[in-house]
Each structure stands twice: as C-alpha cells, then as structure tokens.
Design a protein around this ligand. Structure first.
Ligand SMILES: Cc1ncc(COP(=O)(O)O)c(C=O)c1O
Length: 360
C-alpha cells in the first residue's frame, strides 16, 4: 500500500526538483487594485480585472442567488442567463451563447465547428484552452509561427487570440481572414479595447465568424460567451459537450456579469489605456525588456524571473513569475497588467520596485 500513489509522488518530487511546483497564495482583496496576503499589503499588478470591476459594489451585490442545480438544458436555465445573453447579443450584434468559463467556451466552440477532414490553422502562442480544444477534434492542425498566418488556403478554420495573454501583443486580424472561417479569442480584449469594449476585431474593422469573450476578466465576474452567426447557437446548445454536460452558471454570476457589462465604460477604458501607457513608459525608462502594446506588459526576466518576482513582492508589488510550460524556457517573464483603477502613485511605485528588483 505504501507506494499506491508512488507514480504521482514521483511526479510531484520531479516538479519540486525542477523548481516547477506551483503554490496557491490566498489573497484577500482590500480594494480594486490591492490585497492582503499572509498579513502583507500588496498592490496587485497581475490581475485580469482590467477595469477594476471585480470588487465593484454593484457586482458584489449582484453575486447573489442560488446555484443552477443542473445543466441549462435540464432545469438549470435561469432568467439571468437569458438577460445576459440578450445584452451580449445586443452589444456584439449577433447571437451570444454563454459558457461557464473561457476554457469551456474554446473547447465548446472548436469541437462543435470542426469535423474530421477539416484542417485548422492555429497561432503557435494560442492559449492552452484553444490547444486543448483543437486536440479534442479530429481536424488536422497546422500550427504557424506567432503572428504569421500561413497555409490558410484550403483550411476550414483559422484561430488566433486578439490581445495575446502572455506576450501582450495584438494580432493583425486582417491577415488571418480569407475563404476559411475565422475564430478570434478576445478573452483579454473584450470590455477593455475597441468601440463599446467590443474588442480588437471591432477596433480593426474585422468581423470574425466566431468570437470568444470572457466575463471573468475586464467584465469582473466569471463565465464566457461565444458570438457567431445565427446558425451557431442552436448547434452549440444542442451539441457542444462543454455546454450540454455542465451545470449552468449560478444566477448571481450571470447577474454580476450583466452589471459588469454596464460598468465597462469608455471612461474606464480610457483610464486603462492611460495607465498602461504610463507603466510602459516607466518600464522603458528603467531599461526593462517589456513586450506588448496594450494593458498586458510582460517584462522578460529569463532565469532571474522568480527572484525578480520575489523582490517585487517584498516591495509590496504582486506579480508572479511566469515560467515554462506556460511560456518557453529562456522567455520566462514577470507579466504585469495595468488596471484602470491603479493610481499614478501605484504605477510609479511599481516601476521603482521593478528597477530595484532588476538591479538586485
Ligand atoms: C486567451 C485566453 N482564452 C481563454 C482563457 C480562459 O478564460 P477563463 O479564465 O474564463 O476560463 C484565458 C484565460 O484564462 C485566456 O487567456
């Protein structure tokens, strides 16, 4: 019996030995951009709550009500789901279908639209949920270098993120379009970028066939949605396993997301852009190797990453190091994110702390 879990213990030990064992840190929010962890006050520079809505009083109030109790197709469909889908459909101009997370949305969309015999072109830096969704299909996969769509001719689908979650750069979506269908994961862009917060595609004047957006990042709640042509929704609702075989979102989450949609205002987007620009310019001034062009600001720190993140934390700035396998070896980084609710003083303090951490 002693080694019943021997193979699992060996894997944990291997992670430990490689310095890749991950730990959860309990953070207690104390404001839109601050939290307490192990008795220490921290300014958070790594949340995807780009508009500071996750702690908004109206969202906190909306997180009420009960669980759905079953999948939406059984007895778990609530008026709050319909209200949220109606608001998203109106905002994005085409029918929207809710999923319980962005991860589930990508799985649901990709496994639904792709079939055996199809070929799909996917950006090399696409998110794990896109990779996993594609792995679940019988489609042939062509993985192209980041930002360089190729071999599109004859493909059924091309799929890319818009604002890349780990590199912070923005795809030139026009170069991904053609005869094939285009799916764009706007997880980090909806709410934060584009007219009415409709994301990068709307900003660039491209209408992807399928758009995935999350409700747990700029909109401050949880869950996700897929927008597409009329024909998509009945297919998703009837056949997407990630929709059919999972419990509906709690009604409070749907209500909070609806409040998040209302509070994702142009004023907040403008403050976010200004804060991101201030942070980027400060980081450049201290000579940091900062990537991206919007509110995700990865600072390449290589093998010093964990030490830099630890020094930042000692200085009261929270942004954990990102390592392999999330990013390739050698390209480890501290991924900073801006919030519309950061103050200028907080941003300047973050730059100072990064300066000291990089020199330390
Ligand atoms: C590009 C991208 N797509 C999808 C997801 C998944 O979204 P969710 O957190 O709602 O599952 C994330 C992040 O978590 C992401 O970065």
């Amino acid at each position: 019996m002693a080694d019943r879990y021997g193979p699992l213990l060996a894997r944990v030990a291997a992670l430990e030995a490689a310095g890749l064992r991950r730990e959860l840190l309990a953070l207690e929010p104390t404001g839109p951009t601050t939290a307490r962890a192990a008795g220490q006050e921290l300014t958070v520079f790594c949340s995807n709550d780009y508009l500071g809505l996750a702690q908004h009083p109206e969202l906190r109030e909306a997180f009420r009500g009960g669980g759905a109790g079953s999948a939406r197709l059984v007895s778990g469909n609530r008026p709050a789901h319909a209200a949220l889908e109606a608001a998203l459909s109106e905002r994005f101009g085409r029918p929207a279908t809710l999923f319980s997370s962005g991860y589930a949305a990508n799985l649901g969309l990709l496994t639904t639209v792709l079939q055996r015999g199809d070929r799909v072109v996917s950006d090399a830096l696409n998110h794990a949920s896109i990779i996993d969704g594609l792995r679940l299909t019988a489609a042939e996969r062509t993985i192209v270098p980041h930002g360089s769509p190729a071999q599109l001719s004859g493909a059924r689908l091309a799929v890319t993120e818009s604002l890349f979650s780990m590199d912070g750069d923005v795809a030139a979506l026009e170069s991904w379009t053609g005869e094939h269908w285009l799916a764009v994961d706007e997880a980090h862009a909806v709410g934060a970028l584009g007219p009415d917060g409709r994301g990068v595609a709307a900003q660039q004047g491209v209408e992807p066939d399928f758009l995935v957006g999350t409700l747990g990042k700029a909109f401050g709640a949880a869950g996700a949605f897929v927008v597409g042509p009329e024909v998509l929704r009945p297919l998703l609702v009837s056949t997407a396993r990630a929709f059919v075989y999972t419990t509906g979102l709690p009604e409070g989450v749907a209500a909070a997301a609806l409040a998040g949609l209302r509070h994702a205002t142009r004023e907040r987007r403008e403050r976010l852009a200004a804060n991101a620009a201030r942070l980027r310019s400060g980081l450049r001034q201290i000579g940091a190797n900062v990537l991206g062009s919007a509110h995700i600001l990865p600072v390449l720190t290589g093998e010093r990453t964990m030490a830099v993140a630890a020094r930042l934390r000692t200085a009261g700035i929270f942004a954990p190091g990102i390592r392999s396998p999330t990013v390739p070896r050698g390209l480890e980084r501290v991924r900073l994110t801006a919030s519309s609710e950061h103050t200028e003083a907080q941003i300047d303090r973050c730059v100072e702390a990064m300066d000291a951490a990089l020199r330390g």
